[in-house]
Structure formats: C-alpha cells, structure tokens
Design a protein around this ligand. Structure first.
Ligand code: 13P
Length: 249
C-alpha cells in the first residue's frame, strides 16, 4: 500500500508570519492516514521544521554539486541540515526560469539521495505539447532522463504537473489525469520492476483545490497532490488533506 501524500509547494511566497498557517496545518495533519508535506522557501525551512509537528518539510530545489563556489545556491546537505526530509526537483518553473534539463535534474536527484533526502521529481507537458497530443512522449522522455537508476518507493515521488494547469485554474479531465498516471506507473514498472514501480507515489499537481480534490484523488494511480496556491493558507489546504484522507475509505 502506498501512503497518500498531500504536498504543498509555497514557491517564492512566505515570511515568518506564514508559519502560523503551517502551525494550523500541523494541528490537523496527524488526524488521518495521509502524509503531509510543506515545501516553504529555503529561508523558512529551519523555523518551519521546528513547528511542523507531523508535517514533513521539504526544499524546492538543490544544487547538483555538494558544495563549492556557487553563489546563491543551496546544497542538498544544507536542506537536510536545516530540517528538510524532501526536496522538489525539476519543477517546470525551474526548468523554464533556469533552463534545467532532465540530465541536471537527474544529477540533483542523486545528490539529494546521497544527502538522505527524498526527491519529488516533477514532469509535465506545456500547452503546446498538450495541444499537439505529445503529452505521453514528453512525460516518457522526462521520466527516462530525470530519474536515476537507483530509484525506490522510499526515495522517489513523481509529480505530474501539466504546465498549462499550474496557477491557471485549468485542470485536465480526470480521464486525462488517469491516463497519464497509468502511463507513468507502467513506465516505472517497466524500468524498475513491478515491486519498485508499484511503490513509487504519483502526485497530480496543477490548480488543485478543495472543490476538485475529491474527484482527482479517486482517479487511477493518483496517490496525492502537489499543491501550489491552495497550500499557502490552512483554510484552503486542510480541506485538501481531508479529501485525501477520505479517499482512503
Ligand atoms: P498551483 O496549485 O498554484 O496550480 O501550483 C501547482 C504547482 O506548481 C505545485 O508545484
């Protein structure tokens, strides 16, 4: 059985005042069977870890190198040392804003694992690729290129985030989400064997909110969500956690 995961990506949002939201999320996070994760900006990781209770804390990126002359960057070891247990890698905003390639994401993933972090590797097609029906080709290529050979159900989570659904309020149909998640599951089983392939959790991300969470969580091979905007406020994120808990029934 895969433990469901409700993950929040705060992106470049949040100051110490936002920790009150995390505290409110932490107050309910232990009430159900789902795992809860918040990935705040790096400046808040240490303080967040101190008030997170049952909520896991993650970084949003790490450098591909372990240390050195990389001004402004953060290593996987630093994230771990600050209190993180996860790191998001290859988010489409990093792929777009920083030109991150699959090969770079793969190197970062290895670095995260060697620091003892779990990786949430993001894949997803652009609107143009979606409109040209290239979604599965793109996802297949990103999976093959971004995930190292040493993946396990313990060290890897895959997040499917269609770029055109992020922050737009547009969401694929549940059939489309199910088709992509089934495809990702099949690819993981083919590459890593059925045991590992079946144990890796697959999250959907892109305009998830309380009003669409339940139907998304009942979709084939969806083990949770990676939530942006609706994870910033406890009033928005707690109902998503509750919908995920209820999907276990
Ligand atoms: P939104 O939930 O704001 O669409 O963001 C999704 C996302 O990019 C999470 O990583």
């Amino acid at each position: 059985m895969r433990t469901k995961l409700a993950a929040g990506n705060w992106k470049m949002n949040g100051t110490r005042a936002s920790l009150e939201q995390l505290e409110r999320i932490a107050a309910v996070a232990g009430n159900g069977p789902s795992e809860v994760l918040i990935c705040p900006p790096a400046t808040l990781i240490h303080a967040a870890a101190e008030v997170a209770g049952p909520v896991g804390i993650g970084g949003q990126d790490c450098h591909a190198a372990g240390s050195g002359a990389h001004t402004g960057d953060i290593s996987a070891e630093m994230l771990k040392d600050a209190g993180a247990s996860y790191v998001i890698l290859g988010h489409s905003e990093r792929r777009a804003d920083h030109g991150e390639s699959d090969a770079l994401v793969r190197t970062k993933c290895r670095m995260a694992w060697s620091a003892g972090l779990k990786a949430v590797v993001c894949v997803g097609e652009t609107l143009e690729q979606y409109e040209h029906s290239n979604t599965l080709d793109i996802i297949g290529g990103q999976l093959a290129g971004s995930i190292p050979d040493e993946a396990t159900g313990h060290n890897l989570v895959v997040a499917y985030e269609p770029v055109w659904a992020i922050g737009t309020g547009k969401v694929p149909t549940v059939n489309e989400i199910g088709d992509v998640h089934d495809f990702i599951r099949a690819r993981l089983e083919r590459r890593f064997g059925a045991g590992v392939g079946r144990s890796v959790r697959l999250l959907y991300g892109g305009s998830v909110k309380a009003s669409n969470a339940t139907e998304i969580f009942h979709t084939s091979n969806v083990d949770g969500a990676l939530v942006g905007g609706a994870s910033l406020k406890a009033d928005d994120f707690v109902p998503i956690i509750e919908a995920l808990n209820a999907s276990n029934d």
